[in-house]
Design a protein around this ligand. Structure first.
Ligand SMILES: [Zn+2]
Length: 542
C-alpha cells in the first residue's frame, strides 16, 4: 500500500527531477545572444560634422549642375591614354611613349588652375602638389593616386561597348580605361582642392597630393622618387596620414562596409634554374631537366599554402565587423564570421570563393617555364618562375625556407646540387645542379592602426558622407578595416607615414571591370569621392 503522503512525495520528487531537467535543458539549449552590444567586436566611431566656417557645405557637389561639370572634368582625363607598358624605359625621358603624360599635365593644369599654382614635377612626370599649412607643427596630410592606366589590349578594342578612351557618359556610368583605376580618385582629389582654393581656403595643416605615373608597373619611376623627396622634406613618419587607392564600400549581408586596407600583402618571386648535362636524345637519362623541373612544379602545386586566420589579426577584425553588423545574417551564419580565429567554420567559406580565398592565404602561381631548344638534344638549362603574394600570417623567410625544402627534396632524389640565394645547400654533382634566386622580395606592409585619432577621422568622415550626404540605395555604412591582396604605390611610403590607408570612398557595386574590357564607374561613386576628399580635408586641416 502506498499512502497518500507517499504518493505526494513521489509526485514532488518527480516534479523536482522534472524541474531540474527542464532548467538544465533550458540552460544548454538556450544560448547567450550571438551579439553582445556591451562588448562589440567591431566598435563604430562617431560621425564627424565638418566645421565649415566660411566654406561652402559639401552638398554643393550633389547638385545636377555640379554633376555635369564633374563628368566633364573626369571624362577629359579618361580621354588621355596614359598607358603603362611593362617594357617602358626606366628613364622617362628616354622613351617617347611617356610623352602622353605631357598631355595629361596640360589637361590637369588647365582644368584645375588654382591647384596648379602649387605643383612641381618629380622625375619629369610625377606630380606633387603642396598647399602649405599655417601651422608647421602639424604633420601634413597626403592624398595619392596614379596618372597611368593598364594598357588596352588591341585585340579587345571591338569588344568595348564604348571605345576605351572616348570618356562616354551614358547618364549614369562613365565608361573607359581608368574610370575605376584610378583617374576617378585623381580627378576627385583635384576637384575637392580646387573648390577649397577657390573659396580662399588656407589650411592649418599642409595638404599634399601625389600622382605617380607608373603604378601599374611597380611605381619605381613615379611614386618612389616622390616618396624619397617627401621623406627628405618631412622626415621619417613625417606625414600624418596617407590615403591612396584601395578597397571601397563593400556590400555584404544586407549592410555596407567601408573597408580601408590597413596593410597589403607581401610579395616574393623565385627563379629556379636547373642545369643538367647535354647530349644526344637517343641516349637520354630517365629524367631530363624538363622532367625534373616538372616534378618540382607538380610538388609545389600538390602542396598549396594553407589558409590561416590569426587571433587578433586585421583579417579576423574584418570578419568580426561583417558578422557583427551585417543586417540580414541568421545567427547560425553570423557565428561563422565572429571570432573566426577560434573555430574552423569560416575558412571553407572563404576558400570556396576565388574573391576571398587569398585574403587568408599566400598565393602561388607558376608563371614561367622555359627549357629545351632542339628535339634531338637534351635540355641543358631549364627554368621555372614562381610568384607568391604573402598573407599577413607569413613572411619572406617562411616562403624562402618552404621553397628551399621543396627544391632540396627533388634535388636529393635525383642526385643534384642546390644553390639557394648564393648559398650552397647541396654540393654540385656531375648530374647537375639547381640554382634558386629570390627577387621582388617584400614583406607584408606594416599594419596602420585601426583605432585612435586618425582612424576616427577616416571613420567619422566616411559615416557622415555616406549616411548624410550621398544618395544611395543602401542602409547605414559600417567601418571594417581590411587588407589589399595586390600592391599599390604606398609600398614606397612605409617610412613616410605610420598611417597608410588604401581606400576609395566608392561603392564597389558601382565599379565594373577594373583592368579589363568595359571598365566603367557609376558617377555617384565619383561624386562620393569628391565629397569625401572635401570633408576629409576640412576635418583634418581646417
Ligand atoms: Zn590603381
Amino acid at each position: 500500500m502506498v499512502s497518500v503522503a507517499d504518493k505526494f512525495n513521489r509526485y514532488a520528487a518527480a516534479l523536482g527531477v522534472g524541474l531540474v531537467l527542464a532548467i538544465v535543458l533550458f540552460l544548454t539549449t538556450s544560448h547567450k545572444p550571438v551579439l553582445d552590444p556591451k562588448h562589440p567586436l567591431c566598435e563604430q566611431r562617431p560621425y564627424i560634422e565638418p566645421e565649415y566656417g566660411h566654406l561652402a557645405n559639401s552638398s554643393q557637389f550633389v547638385s545636377e549642375e555640379y554633376k555635369k561639370k564633374s563628368v566633364e572634368l573626369f571624362a577629359g582625363a579618361i580621354r588621355i591614354p596614359t598607358m603603362s607598358y611593362d617594357d617602358l624605359a626606366m628613364d622617362p625621358t628616354k622613351d617617347e611613349r611617356f610623352n602622353v603624360f605631357k598631355d595629361m599635365h596640360n589637361y590637369l593644369f588647365k582644368s584645375f588652375p588654382l591647384a596648379s599654382k602649387h605643383v612641381e614635377t618629380v622625375n619629369t612626370y610625377g606630380l606633387l602638389y603642396t598647399i602649405e599649412g599655417t601651422n608647421p607643427s602639424l604633420k601634413p596630410v597626403l592624398l595619392m593616386a596614379h596618372q597611368d592606366v593598364v594598357p588596352v589590349n588591341n585585340d579587345t578594342i571591338d569588344q568595348w561597348t564604348y571605345p576605351p578612351f572616348d570618356g562616354h557618359f551614358d547618364g549614369e556610368f562613365l565608361w573607359g580605361r581608368g574610370t575605376s583605376d584610378t583617374k576617378n580618385s585623381l580627378v576627385a582629389q583635384l576637384e575637392a582642392i580646387e573648390s577649397l582654393l577657390s573659396q580662399g581656403w588656407v589650411p592649418k595643416r599642409t595638404v599634399i597630393l601625389s600622382f605617380g605615373f607608373d603604378e601599374e608597373i611597380t611605381g619605381f619611376r613615379g611614386a618612389y622618387p616622390i616618396s624619397r623627396l617627401l621623406h627628405e622634406r618631412y622626415g621619417t613618419h613625417g606625414i600624418e596620414v596617407i590615403v591612396d587607392e584601395g578597397i571601397g564600400i563593400v556590400p555584404f549581408g544586407g549592410s555596407i562596409f567601408a573597408s580601408p586596407a590597413v596593410t597589403e600583402k607581401g610579395r616574393v618571386d623565385f627563379k629556379i634554374l636547373l642545369n643538367t648535362p647535354g647530349g644526344h636524345s637517343s641516349m637520354p637519362p630517365d629524367h631530363t631537366g624538363i622532367g625534373i623541373i616538372s616534378e618540382l612544379a607538380f610538388e609545389l602545386e600538390a602542396n598549396p599554402l594553407s589558409p590561416v586566420i590569426q587571433k587578433g589579426s586585421v583579417v579576423e577584425k574584418f570578419f568580426d565587423c561583417m558578422g557583427e553588423h551585417a543586417a540580414d545574417l541568421k545567427d547560425s551564419e553570423r557565428k561563422k564570421f565572429l571570432r573566426s580565429s577560434t573555430h574552423d567554420k569560416l575558412l571553407p567559406i572563404l576558400e570556396s570563393d576565388p574573391a576571398t580565398r587569398f585574403i587568408v592565404k599566400t598565393s602561388q602561381a607558376i608563371d614561367i617555364v622555359q627549357g629545351g631548344v632542339k628535339i634531338n638534344a637534351l635540355p641543358e638549362n631549364v627554368e621555372l618562375q614562381v610568384d607568391h603574394r604573402i598573407a599577413v600570417h607569413q613572411n619572406l623567410d617562411d616562403l624562402r625556407s618552404r621553397m628551399n625544402e621543396f627544391v632540396k627534396k627533388v634535388a636529393t632524389k635525383h642526385g643534384l646540387g642546390l644553390e639557394f640565394d648564393g648559398k650552397t645547400i647541396l654540393k654540385k654533382t656531375p648530374l647537375g645542379s639547381f640554382n634558386v634566386s629570390t627577387f621582388g622580395g617584400m614583406n607584408t606592409a606594416p599594419i596602420s592602426p585601426y583605432k585612435g585619432e586618425v582612424w576616427d577621422l577616416l571613420a567619422g568622415t566616411t559615416r557622415h558622407v555616406i549616411d548624410d550626404v550621398i544618395d544611395h540605395p543602401y542602409g547605414p555604412v559600417f567601418m571594417a578595416p581590411s587588407l589589399m591582396t595586390a600592391n599599390t604605390d604606398t609600398a614606397h611610403f612605409w617610412d613616410v607615414s605610420e598611417n597608410i590607408f588604401r581606400y576609395l570612398p566608392v561603392f564597389m557595386s558601382d565599379t565594373n571591370n577594373i583592368h579589363t574590357v568595359d571598365e566603367s564607374l557609376n558617377i555617384r561613386s565619383h561624386i562620393s569621392c569628391v565629397v569625401w576628399y572635401y570633408e576629409f580635408l576640412v576635418n583634418a586641416c581646417n
